[in-house]
Design a protein around this ligand. Structure first.
Ligand SMILES: *Cc1c(COP(=O)(O)O)cnc(C)c1O
Length: 450
C-alpha cells in the first residue's frame, strides 16, 4: 500500500508537528530505559506499541535483576533469602514504591495476588467496614450520631457496582454480594449519586473503575468518593487503567480501599502481582475475607487463632510470588524522579495528537471515537469504534502497530508516555489510514458510503 491514503501535505504538516513535540518532550529520554525491539519481518519499519494498557513494555534491567534473583538469591542463598534478600518484606516495600504514583503515603499498600483476588478482599472488607459504621468517616465518632447510626449501618445490604466494569470486577462483586447477604445493583458511574439516594441507608459499598477499560473514560473519583461517603458507604476503586497513567490522589480524596494492576502502565510484566490500598484510618478495622498466615501478627508463631497484623500487612494472604514481585520492583526503577503530573500532561498531549492525526488522515465518519474529548474525562487510551474493528486491528498488528480489539467493535489504543513519542503516534494514525483504505478496497464496510 502506498502513501495514497494520506495526502502528502497533511502528512508532512503532522510529521513536522510530531518532530517538534518530540524535541520539546521532557520525558523523551525515558524511552531508552525500555526494550522496544521490532519483531523481525514486521513490514513498514519500526513497530508502534499501543498496548501498554494491557501489557506494559519491558524496562531495561529487569531481565538482569530476575536472573540475579533466580541464580544468586534462590540458587545460592536459598531459604536465607527470605531474610537476607528482603523477600519476606517485599509486599510492603514494593507497595511503598507504588504509593507516590497513586497519591498514597507509605504504609497503606501491599502488593500480591491478582487484581481479581484483591477486588474480592477489598469489596468484602468494605461491606464489613460499612456495617461497622466506617463509611461515615469522622462523623462516626460523634457519640449520639454514632449510636443512632449503628443499627442502620448493621443493616446495610446493598453493593453498587460499575455497570460498565471490566467483567472480572462484576463477577467478583456478585460473589461478594452472595457471601455478605447483599443485593448487587449495577449502576453507571455517573448515576451512582442518585442511586445512593434511592437506596436510603442501604448501600454498604460501591465498586467503581477509575478509567473505563473499553472507552477510556475517566470517572470523577473525588466527587464520586464524596457522594459514597455522604451516604455512609465505603468506596472501593479499581485503578487498573489509571495507576501509572495519571494522578489518582488516594489520600487527598479520602478513598477507603483501592486495587490496581501492575502489568499495565506500571510495566511489571505478565502476571505481575496487583496491589491493595487500605486507608490508614481503616486498617485497624479492615477484616480481610482471606486471612492467610502471611497477614498474621506473628506468622511464625503458628497459632491456631487468627490475629491480624497491624497496618497494610493485613491485606496479605499467603506466600508472595517473589519472582514476579521482584521483577516488578526492578521495573519500578524507571519511575525514579518522574512526576506523575508530567506523565499525565504528556499522555493528554499524545491522545490529543492521535485524535487529530486520525481526524486528518481517515475519511470522515469511518471511525468514531468513544473516548471523551474533555481532558477531565479521558484516561490514557483512545478507543475508536468501527464496524470491522476486528479485521482492522488484525491488519494493523500485521503492519507493526499494536493495539487491541475489544468486542464487538472497538479498536483500543493505549498510550504509555514513558516510552511513546509523537512520531510514533503520527505513524500509527498513518498506518491506520492505510489499512482502512486497504480494507475498504477489499470490502467496503456497510456503514461506510462507497
Ligand atoms: C486488567 C484489569 C483487571 C485484571 O484483573 P486480573 O486479576 O489481573 O486478571 C481487573 N480489573 C480491571 C478494571 C482491569 O482493567
Amino acid at each position: 500500500m502506498s502513501e495514497s491514503a494520506v495526502s502528502e501535505q497533511a502528512g508532512s504538516e503532522l510529521s513536522a508537528r510530531a518532530e517538534k513535540l518530540d524535541a520539546e518532550d521532557e520525558l523523551a529520554p525515558l524511552r531508552a530505559r525500555f526494550v522496544l525491539e521490532t519483531p523481525d519481518g514486521t513490514p513498514g519499519g519500526a513497530a508502534v506499541y499501543l498496548d501498554g494498557n494491557s501489557l506494559g513494555a519491558l524496562p531495561v534491567g529487569v531481565a538482569e535483576r530476575v536472573d540475579d534473583v533466580v541464580r544468586r538469591e534462590w540458587g545460592a542463598l536459598r531459604i536465607r533469602s527470605w531474610e537476607e534478600s528482603g523477600w519476606w518484606t517485599a509486599p510492603e516495600r514494593v507497595g511503598d514504591r507504588i504509593a507516590p504514583l497513586v497519591g498514597a503515603a507509605p504504609g497503606q499498600i501491599v502488593v500480591g495476588d491478582s487484581t481479581s483476588v484483591n477486588v474480592f478482599k477489598a469489596l468484602v472488607g468494605a461491606v464489613r467496614l460499612a456495617r461497622g459504621g466506617a463509611g461515615r468517616g469522622a462523623a462516626a465518632d460523634r457519640d449520639q450520631e454514632r449510636d443512632r447510626n449503628r443499627d442502620r449501618d448493621r443493616d446495610r445490604d446493598e453493593i453498587l457496582v460499575d455497570a460498565t466494569t471490566f467483567p472480572t470486577d462484576g463477577y467478583i462483586a456478585a460473589s461478594a454480594a452472595r457471601l455478605t447477604g447483599c443485593t448487587l445493583r449495577p449502576v453507571a458511574p455517573a448515576d451512582v449519586p442518585a442511586a445512593l439516594g434511592e437506596g436510603g441507608d442501604r448501600t454498604a459499598a460501591v465498586l467503581l473503575n477509575h478509567v473505563d477499560y473499553r472507552t477510556g473514560r475517566l470517572h470523577d473519583l473525588p466527587a464520586l468518593t464524596a457522594a459514597v461517603h455522604a451516604a455512609g458507604a465505603v468506596a472501593v476503586w479499581d485503578l487498573c487503567h489509571s495507576a501509572g497513567a495519571l494522578p489518582v490522589g488516594l489520600d487527598a480524596h479520602g478513598v477507603d480501599l483501592a486495587v490496581g494492576c501492575t502489568y499495565k502502565f506500571l510495566n511489571g510484566g505478565p502476571g505481575a502481582p496487583a496491589f491493595l490500598y487500605v486507608r490508614r484510618e481503616l486498617q485497624e478495622r479492615f477484616d480481610s475475607p482471606l486471612p492467610g498466615w502471611n497477614s498474621h501478627v506473628r506468622p511464625f508463631g503458628m497459632r491456631p487463632e487468627y490475629e491480624p497484623a497491624p497496618g497494610a500487612l493485613r491485606g496479605r494472604v499467603g506466600t508472595p510470588d517473589i519472582l514476579s514481585m521482584l521483577a516488578l520492583e526492578a521495573a519500578l526503577d524507571v519511575w525514579e524522579g518522574v512526576r506523575i503530573e508530567a506523565v499525565r500532561a504528556k499522555s493528554l498531549a499524545l491522545t490529543d495528537f492521535f485524535l487529530r492525526c486520525v481526524g486528518t488522515y481517515l475519511p470522515a465518519g469511518r471511525v468514531e471515537s468513544v473516548t471523551p474529548a474533555a481532558h477531565t474525562e479521558r484516561g490514557s487510551q483512545v478507543a475508536l469504534r468501527c464496524p470491522d474493528a476486528e479485521e482492522v486491528m488484525r491488519r494493523l498488528i500485521a503492519r507493526g502497530v499494536v493495539g487491541d480489539f475489544r468486542a464487538p467493535d472497538v479498536l483500543r489504543f493505549g498510550f504509555t508516555p514513558l516510552y511513546l513519542g509523537f512520531a510514533d503516534v503520527e505513524r500509527a494514525a498513518r498506518v491506520l489510514a492505510e489499512v482502512v483504505a486497504e480494507a475498504d478496497a477489499a470490502e467496503p464496510p456497510p456503514s461506510h458510503p462507497a
